[in-house]
Design a protein around this ligand. Structure first.
Ligand SMILES: Cc1ncc(COP(=O)(O)O)c(C=O)c1O
Length: 483
């Protein structure tokens, strides 16, 4: 599909050429009030940092270039309609949940969903019906949900109004989306796919199926993660009759700023333009190069997360651009390996107990990938020389399974107190405690804090994991005062 007309870029350039005297926001007026040392950094971006005036349209109610640009996006992905998002995929997920849920409704989701999904539960007042994922024993990673587990919950719960599935997961695993969407639609339940890590799936035959192709109703993607848009910019696609479009538009207005950043919008259009032109070719070349890298690493004693080895019928595809190295095989926890890699000039996307995740994108050409390979092979040869004295004790999030005492929204609004960490066993959590990345909540408001959870948090902290909560030192936790 050839497309060379980028409506937002054109509108902003035309408006710029008019040289109107700006008597409107933003206050810096195309960078004029910025101090020199900042203008040096922000200059080009400042020129196109416009606001919603007639010539530039308005994301909250688009009728001009933003509308046209979004239409091109929908056409690119084969959606009925697409929306640019300026509060990340998080904003799109929360808006989609607000649009389809109300207090008293049930929402079906995986317990290891991203925190934006639990925030959507709190905002909507819905009751979560959690499915706990099975874990891969070797890499200690959650697997995609099984269709049987979804069906069991559908039979048990009659009030489910939305199902939220995550695909691919952070590590690139994709489950049986077609079967699962079909099943949920038999119950007339709309399906929202958190496809934050899958904006590129549409453009290669070698990656696995995306949510839209599987028939999902709402699909939120973070092109800033793997395509070329700027951080915080995302998009949301919808299709089919189950989406409440009017409520969705109102919810998007609620979850996003009234002053949408034109820098972010323009970067979304740029990312889309790339995928209309040379993006797919770049993507497929990168995938070929990563394939070669993976093979060379495996030939040199690396253990990688890989579809053939997983031996689970829950996984239907794996996005190979996510290279997860199991560092336990080198006698190192992922957090420790990440430090060693940083010292070599490699900054991983994520580290966890069992390994590190390296992420490749359209930006990475063959030379770059070969440089990474050289450094990884050096790392491996150095590690081999070390005695493997460390005994690694598997520590699994899967064993925690907190008991839900209060609905997340009830807990959010309950009275709170800060309690010394060691005094919180058997108290009800008043906050979300997440390890980031990947951003999966360990405890949600309203859940009982068990001894195992406290031990787990202490261990993660000691290993160098990044815990996001009210008091990241873990001296205190926020507790509901209702018990
Ligand atoms: C699985 C998953 N879902 C949703 C999000 C939120 O995406 P965004 O950062 O675009 O808000 C993330 C971000 O890390 C994620 O990993």
């Amino acid at each position: 599909m050839k497309q060379n007309n980028w409506p937002l870029k054109q509108a902003l350039e035309e408006f710029r050429n008019l040289k109107q005297m700006p008597l409107h926001m933003p206050g810096h007026k195309q960078g004029r009030s910025l101090q020199a040392e900042w203008l040096h950094i922000l200059g080009q971006a400042a020129i196109f940092d416009y606001t919603e005036i007639p010539a530039t349209d308005d994301l909250a109610q688009p009728i001009g270039p933003i509308k046209k640009s979004q239409e091109l996006l929908a056409q690119l992905y084969g959606a009925d309609q697409s929306f640019y998002l300026i509060n990340g995929t998080s904003g799109g997920i929360m808006a989609s949940m607000l649009a389809h849920l109300k207090a008293g409704d049930e929402v079906l989701l995986s317990r290891n969903s991203h925190r934006s999904i639990s925030q959507g539960v709190i905002l909507s007042g819905a009751t979560p019906v959690y499915i706990s994922p099975e874990f891969d024993e070797k890499h200690l990673l959650p697997l995609p949900l099984s269709t049987q587990a979804i069906e069991a919950k559908l039979q048990e719960h009659q009030n489910i109004r939305l199902c939220v599935l995550t695909s691919p997961c952070y590590y690139g695993l994709i489950g049986d989306l077609i079967e699962q969407v079909e099943l949920l639609h038999k119950y007339d339940i709309p399906v929202l796919i958190d496809e934050a890590h899958g904006a590129h799936l549409n453009f290669s035959k070698n990656l696995g199926i995306g949510g839209l192709e599987a028939g999902a109703d709402l699909v939120a993607q973070s092109p800033h993660k793997i395509l070329s848009s700027f951080t915080q910019s995302s998009w949301l696609h919808i299709q089919g009759p189950r989406v409440d479009k009017e409520r969705l538009k109102a919810s998007l207005r609620m979850m996003q700023s009234t002053s949408a950043s034109y820098i972010l919008l323009l970067s979304l259009e740029a990312a889309m333009a790339q995928m209309y032109t040379d993006g797919p070719e770049k993507l497929n070349t990168m995938l070929d190069n990563v394939k070669r890298l993976r093979q060379n690493l495996v030939n040199n004693s690396f253990s990688l997360l890989n579809l053939n080895e997983l031996n689970s019928n829950l996984v239907k595809a794996h996005d190979i651009s996510k290279v997860y190295i199991n560092t336990l095989e080198f006698g190192l926890k992922g957090y420790e390996a990440a430090e060693l890699l940083r010292a070599k000039g490699i900054e991983p996307e994520l580290s966890d107990y069992a390994g590190v995740l390296l992420m490749f994108t359209l930006a990475d050409d063959r030379a770059f990938i070969e440089q990474v390979e050289t450094k990884l092979l050096q790392f491996a040869s150095e590690q081999k020389k070390k005695p493997r004295s460390q005994k690694t004790e598997p520590l699994s999030w899967a064993d925690l399974q907190p008991e839900i005492i209060l609905n997340p929204r009830e807990a959010w609004f309950a009275g709170k107190e800060k309690v010394s960490f060691d005094q919180t066993e058997n108290r009800i959590a008043g906050e979300t405690i997440t390890i980031y990345p990947p951003g999966v909540p360990i405890v949600l408001p309203g859940e009982l804090i068990s001894k195992e959870i406290l031990t787990y948090l202490k261990q993660i902290k000691a290993q160098g994991g990044n815990i996001v909560c009210d008091d990241p030192t873990l001296n205190t936790l926020t507790i509901c005062t209702t018990n």
